[in-house]
Design a protein around this ligand. Structure first.
Ligand SMILES: Nc1nc2c(c(=O)[nH]1)N[C@H]1C(S)=C(S)[C@@H](COP(=O)(O)OP(=O)(O)OC[C@H]3O[C@@H](n4cnc5c(=O)[nH]c(N)nc54)[C@H](O)[C@@H]3O)O[C@H]1N2
Ligand SMILES: Nc1nc2c(c(=O)[nH]1)N[C@H]1C(S)=C(S)[C@@H](COP(=O)(O)OP(=O)(O)OC[C@H]3O[C@@H](n4cnc5c(=O)[nH]c(N)nc54)[C@H](O)[C@@H]3O)O[C@H]1N2
Ligand code: SF4
Ligand SMILES: [Mo]
Length: 688
């Protein structure tokens, strides 16, 4: 039997797995007891991994215009098209749309090619739909995109606030860790803030089913309450923060009493008082936030409204305390490290900062460097629809299902002169629009690293043969880069070499200015890289001599030092706003979308597992019985759900867990799996 240590390819918890290959070819997968994220645990999706490794519909060979070709022809076709468009229309007419499911090494290469060699920042990622507002909130408050907590803080906390998070289904191993901590310490209180009653509510002492979109009112109210009732940590915020007064003033003006807050949030006053009292009286508070606040036209403000409360009480940088953004995808965090968003450069440097541009260009020795923000996901597809983007290369994401207003997105893909898609599967909704299809390796075959929600870098290691002619994404990118004339900068032999370069860039000219620092990992030998144990960044060199060892940080800001110009954290005054679209006479219900326990995104992996598909077999709409009754809808009926953008038809599921006035539809079923259930057709492409 052969055992390989790797990391689960699904969510941002980043659980370690032990893959056992038995002599008869059978593969079993268990949780890695030594991995700090899961300590041996796995959820249903991780447990069923072995069932999904023999994918029946793999993309095995490159194809150009529907014809199988060899790699040389395919990469030449991509390079030629990019070069022709750049020559005819300038580099602004090309784009990459990438994914938090790429490994850090793949992501690094994609970003380097676009920003250093093509010379524009037209690379954005599906993490835009997911983490971008948390990134913005972190940068505004801390000066850098930094998640201060560790998973251990969940166990050390005395109060955990879960804001817009269905951790029971979406971060199940963290939910298990929280549930176990509560069992061991009944004093640990849990507050869930979500318009729906989800399975996560089962461990909650208090569930606030607030009006959708009203979270910033609640946290502004909390900030005012804390300030006005003597719960400010004066020493901390006087020494280590700035802007408290303006933020508290803004909060007081808008949400100055529990009665006002209760009204703004559609809650009863007693619940609001209970929440405020719990928060005020507990020192060790961790506030988890996820898509219920990130995916919003004021998502960054919601993040900052929550962070403000931690800054005022000094509950940050301490054991069991801090704001904690749970990342969605396995490598959402790694993508942010390499600068995979159109408004980042690389290694936490800023794209519009001339000193950072110079530094990164010098390090890369590249002919050019992006100097302005590129097109962000929604704008990118809009520009494509307008004919401004002529060629796009999509990697490891399925935007025809996952972007909002998918009808428009599909039109944009149809209009685009050339759509290149790298994917491991032969069929998904986006591949239907591809002119060039490039077969990628996937989990079990690819080699590299991912970073999870608490900044832990873990290895994904291959244990399977590459099927057909599939290659790893960085290799595909390097082949194209070489044909575009950049051979010397893209001649990597293996993933470890790319990782060392990524680490070296984070250290280059850093001098403590950026928290993101992998300086001690710049000299990993190939064997060290192969054997790398999970390690949390920053991983700083103890001295300029790397052989002197390293120090890693479990918790950030313990020294009260932030990464803003002044070294102080910023309070952000929040003027809370409700969502741009609110219920109307014609469209009286609020649509809420999210995930189910056993499926992953657009079903390209979990949809092939019989076991996982058993939990929820088809798309559905969860409707409150009162709303159903008004419309004569019975349990199990097929219902049409429509708005100005389109309509879908799914099965009705009546439940009092749903807030009256809201309808919940899962995101997983695209056209490839169900012709009438594509919910992102109905989602307005409103951005923050
Ligand atoms: N099983 C499974 N797990 C996954 C994934 C998957 O596809 N399947 N995907 C992963 C990814 S990429 C991500 S980003 C994460 C997402 O993890 P979560 O954010 O936990 O996932 P969602 O199901 O989108 O749940 C968001 C919750 O926010 C609530 N919500 C909606 N509107 C509001 C609001 O206005 N205020 C508040 N407070 N709450 C609101 C919704 O009712 C919902 O319960 O999950 C990751 N884990
Ligand atoms: N309405 C609504 N829409 C949403 C959301 C929501 O809550 N509501 N959530 C948003 C969020 S947070 C996210 S993260 C997105 C997710 O949405 P997507 O990223 O579009 O969904 P996936 O199904 O994960 O797509 C990943 C693709 O990568 C392929 N793949 C897997 N491994 C590899 C590999 O190694 N290399 C390559 N090249 N390809 C590979 C898979 O086969 C699959 O086709 O959806 C977003 N869309
Ligand atoms: S919690 Fe996330 S990373 Fe862990 S096994 Fe489940 S899906 Fe995989
Ligand atoms: Mo996500």
């Amino acid at each position: 039997m052969k055992t390989t240590r790797s990391t689960c390819p699904y969510c941002g918890v980043g659980c370690g797995v032990l893959v056992q290959q038995h002599n008869d070819g059978e593969v079993t997968i268990k949780g890695d007891p030594q991995h700090p994220a899961n300590l041996g645990r796995l959820c249903s999706k991780g447990t069923a991994l072995a069932e999904t490794i023999d994918h029946p519909e793999r993309l095995l060979y490159p194809e150009v215009n529907g014809e199988r070709v060899d790699w040389d022809t395919a990469s030449t076709a991509v390079a030629d098209k990019f070069q022709q468009v750049i020559a005819d229309h300038g580099p602004e007419a090309v784009a990459f749309y990438v994914s938090g499911q790429l490994l850090t090494e793949d992501y690094y290469v994609a970003n380097k090619l676009m920003k250093g060699y093509i010379g524009v920042a037209n690379i954005d990622t599906n993490s835009r739909l997911c983490m971008a507002s948390a990134v913005a909130a972190h940068k505004r408050a801390f000066g850098e995109d930094l998640v201060p907590c560790s998973y251990e803080d969940l166990e050390a906390a005395e109060l955990i606030v879960l804001l817009g998070s269905n951790a029971a289904w979406c971060h199940p191993v963290l939910y298990q860790r929280i549930a176990a901590a509560k069992e061991a310490n009944p004093a640990l209180k849990i507050v869930l803030i979500d318009p729906r009653r989800t399975q996560t509510a089962e461990i909650a002492d208090l569930h606030l089913a607030l009006t959708p979109g009203s979270d910033a009112f609640l946290f502004n109210g909390l900030l005012a309450h804390l300030a006005d009732h003597g719960f400010s940590a004066n020493d901390f915020f006087e020494q280590h923060t700035q802007g408290a007064e303006e933020a508290v003033q803004a909060a007081r003006e808008q949400s100055g009493s529990t009665a006002i807050v209760a009204k703004q949030c559609g809650l009863d006053e007693t619940s609001v008082e209970r929440f405020f009292a719990l928060f005020a009286s507990t020192e060790k508070v961790v506030s988890v936030f996820s898509q219920g606040v990130n995916q919003s036209s004021s998502g960054a403000d919601k993040g900052n409204a929550l962070i403000n409360c931690h800054l005022l009480t000094g509950r940050i940088g301490k054991e069991g305390a801090g704001p904690f953004s749970f990342t969605g995808q396995p490598n959402a965090m790694g993508g942010r490290e390499v600068g995979g968003l159109a408004n980042q450069l690389a290694a936490h440097r800023d794209v519009e900062n001339p000193a950072h541009q110079k530094q990164v260009q010098q390090f890369w020795q590249s002919p050019t460097i992006a100097k302005q923000q590129g097109l962000k996901a929604v704008d990118l597809f809009e520009a494509m629809h307008d004919g401004k983007i002529k060629v796009v290369w999509i990697m490891a994401t399925n935007p025809a299902v996952s972007l909002p207003d998918s009808g428009f997105v599909r039109e944009a893909l149809t209009r685009c002169e050339c759509v290149v898609v790298s994917d491991c599967v032969a069929k998904n909704d986006t591949l239907d629009y591809a002119d060039i299809r490039l077969p990628a390796l996937t989990w079990g075959e690819r080699d590299g690293t991912v970073t999870n929600s608490d900044r832990t870098i873990s290895r994904q290691r291959p244990f399977l043969e590459a099927p057909g002619e599939a290659k790893q994404d960085w290799q595909i990118l390097c082949d194209v880069a070489k044909k575009m004339g950049y051979a010397s900068a893209f001649h990597y032999q293996n993933a470890g070499e790319i990782f060392r370069e990524h680490a070296a860039l984070s250290w280059y000219g850093n001098e403590g200015k950026h928290c993101f620092d992998l300086g001690a990992l710049t000299s990993l030998s190939p064997a060290d890289y192969d054997n790398l144990s999970p390690i949390q960044w920053p991983v700083k060199r103890k001295s300029s001599d790397v052989s002197m060892g390293w120090e890693s940080s479990k918790r950030l800001f313990s020294d009260g030092k932030f990464f803003t110009k002044s070294g102080r954290a910023n309070f952000i005054p929040i003027h809370s706003r409700l969502p741009v679209s609110t219920p109307s006479k014609t469209y009286p219900l609020v649509l809420n979308t999210g995930r189910v326990r056993d499926h992953w995104h657009t079903l390209t992996r979990t949809g092939f597992s019989q076991q996982l598909s058993g939990h929820k077999q088809e798309a559905y709409a969860e409707i409150h019985p009162t709303d159903a009754q008004k419309r004569g809808i019975e349990e199990g009926a097929m219902v049409s759900i429509a708005n100005q953008l389109g309509s879908i038809c799914v099965r009705a599921k009546l439940s009092t867990d749903q807030r009256a006035g809201s309808v919940f539809v899962p995101i997983h079923w695209g056209r490839d799996f169900s012709n009438t259930s594509l919910v992102s057709q109905l989602v307005d492409a409103v951005t923050d």
